[in-house]
Design a protein around this ligand. Structure first.
Ligand code: LCS
Length: 393
C-alpha cells in the first residue's frame, strides 16, 4: 500500500492483504500454528531470515494487517495489538519498569490503570506518584532521580481534564523519562500524541476504534522500532495476544472511525451546550465549551473536543440515581465510544468502592454523571435527557 495515502483511505485499505482468492476484505486466519515447507524453512523463519508465520501468539496475517493500519493512524513506527486495553497498559508497564523505578501518572486515569500499579506492580518494587498532570508544575515537582515513566491520560475518565502533551513531554524528556499516553478518548482522528512528543500510545480499542460495543481489545503504538521490539517481546512472552477473529472485528469497525467520531462529536457539542443551560445542572465539563478549564490547551492539541461529556447535577447523589432510573433510550451502562449513547453515575457505580474522600479529591462528586454520546439523531437523545432531567429538579 502506498505510504502517502490520506488517513481516511488508510482506514479502508490499510489492512488489505495479498491472499490467494482475492477476497475484498481481510479474511480471518483462524489458525494457531503454521506448516513449514521444510526444516530449512522452519529454521529460517525462527532466525527471522525469511518472512513467515510460526505461531499466532507471535504473529498472524489478520492480526498483522490490523497492526499495520493502526501504526499508520497514530503515525507510529509499529503497533502491537493485545487482548484488551488493560493488557496493553500492563504490557507497557512490564516493558519499561523495573524494581526501584518510579512512575508519575495522571491521578484521574482509568481506575484499573492506577489500581494495577498500587496493588500489584508495587509488590515488585515499583514506586508511584499520582498527580493532576493538567498542572505542569505538579509534573516537575513529582519527578525523582528514579522516575522512568510519565503516564498521561488526556482527557481523563470521567473528569475530562486535559494535559498539555507537548509541554509535559518536554519536561519528561529533559530527565530521560519515557512518555506514555492513553489516547482512548480522542482516537488518532482527534489527537496524535506521538506527533506532540510522546514515545508510546496505548488504546482501549474496546471503545472508539472498534466502535460497536461487541469486543474488548487493546493496542500499543511506538514512536520507534526499538521501543516496539521491547513491547512485542513482552506481549509475546506474557501471552496477552489478540485472537484473529477479534482482529477481524476491529478491522471492520475501524473503517468507519472518522465518520463515527465526527458524528458523535457534532451531537456532543449540541448536547453540551443544551446541558449547560439546563436548570437541573450545576456545571458541564466538555472541551468544546469555553467554560472548560483547559479549553485553550484542548483547542491547541486536539482536532476536536470529542464526545465524552461529564456534568454535575444540582441534586447530588439522589439526583444521579434518579437520572439513571429515568432514561429510556440512552443505555445505562459503563464503557464508551460505541455507536449507542451510554450514561453512568460514577459515585454509585464505577467509583462506589473508593473511599469518599479520595473520590471527591479526584473530582468525582456525588452528582457527577458521565455521558458517552452516540450517533443517534441528536433530537432523540436530547428528548430522552430532558424527560429524565425533569424528574431530577
Ligand atoms: N483506558 C481507558 C481510558 C479506558 O477507558 C479503559 C476502559 C481502559 C483503558 C481499559 O480497557 P479495556 O481493558 O476495558 O479494553 N474503560 C472503561 C470504562 O470507562 N468503562 O468500562 C471500561
Amino acid at each position: 500500500m502506498k505510504e502517502d495515502l490520506h488517513l481516511d483511505t488508510i482506514l479502508i485499505h490499510g489492512s488489505d492483504i495479498d491472499e490467494p482468492f482475492g477476497a475484498a476484505v481481510t479474511p480471518i486466519y483462524q489458525a494457531s500454528t503454521y506448516r513449514f515447507r521444510s526444516a530449512a524453512h522452519g529454521a529460517a523463519c525462527f532466525a527471522g531470515e525469511e518472512l513467515g508465520f510460526i505461531y499466532t501468539r507471535i504473529g498472524n496475517p489478520t492480526i498483522n494487517a490490523l497492526e499495520k493500519t493502526l501504526a499508520h493512524l497514530e503515525n507510529a513506527a509499529k503497533c502491537v495489538v493485545t487482548s484488551s486495553g488493560m493488557a496493553a497498559v500492563n504490557t507497557v508497564y512490564m516493558s519499561f519498569l523495573s524494581a526501584g523505578d518510579h512512575i508519575v501518572s495522571t491521578d484521574a486515569v482509568y481506575g484499573p490503570s492506577r489500581v494495577v500499579i498500587e496493588k500489584y506492580w508495587s509488590r515488585f518494587g515499583i514506586e508511584y506518584s499520582y498527580i493532576d498532570t493538567s498542572n505542569l508544575g505538579n509534573i516537575k515537582k513529582a519527578i525523582r532521580t528514579n522516575t522512568k515513566m510519565l503516564y498521561i491520560e488526556t482527557p481523563t475518565n470521567p473528569t475530562i481534564a486535559i494535559t498539555d502533551l507537548k509541554l509535559a513531554a518536554e519536561i519528561a524528556h529533559q530527565h530521560n523519562i519515557l512518555v506514555v499516553v492513553d489516547n482512548t478518548f480522542c482516537t488518532p482522528i482527534l489527537q496524535r500524541p506521538l506527533d506532540l512528543g510522546a514515545d508510546v500510545v496505548v488504546h482501549s480499542m474496546t471503545k472508539f476504534i472498534n466502535g460497536h460495543a461487541d469486543i474488548v481489545a487493546g493496542s500499543i503504538m511506538s514512536k520507534t522500532e526499538e521501543l516496539d521490539k521491547i513491547i512485542r517481546s513482552t506481549m509475546i512472552n506474557m501471552g496477552c495476544c489478540m485472537d484473529p477473529t477479534q482482529a477481524y472485528m476491529v478491522i471492520r469497525g475501524v473503517k468507519t472511525l472518522t465518520l463515527r467520531v465526527k458524528r458523535q462529536q457534532e451531537n456532543a457539542q449540541i448536547i453540551a451546550e443544551w446541558l449547560e443551560n439546563h436548570p437541573a445542572i450545576a456545571s458541564v465539563s466538555y472541551p468544546g465549551l469555553p467554560s472548560h478549564p483547559q479549553y485553550l490547551t484542548g483547542k491547541k492539541q486536539m482536532k476536536g473536543p470529542g464526545s465524552l461529556i461529564s456534568f454535575e447535577l444540582k441534586g447530588g447523589y439522589k439526583a444521579g440515581e434518579k437520572l439513571m432510573n429515568s432514561i429510556n433510550l440512552i443505555l445505562l451502562a459503563v464503557s464508551l465510544g460505541g455507536v449507542e449513547s451510554l450514561i453512568s453515575h460514577p459515585a454509585s457505580m464505577t467509583h462506589s468502592k473508593m473511599n469518599k474522600e479520595s473520590r471527591l479529591a479526584g473530582g468525582i462528586t456525588d452528582g457527577l454523571v458521565r455521558f458517552a454520546v452516540g450517533i443517534e439523531d441528536v433530537n432523540d437523545i436530547i428528548a430522552d435527557l430532558e424527560q429524565a432531567l425533569q424528574k431530577c429538579i
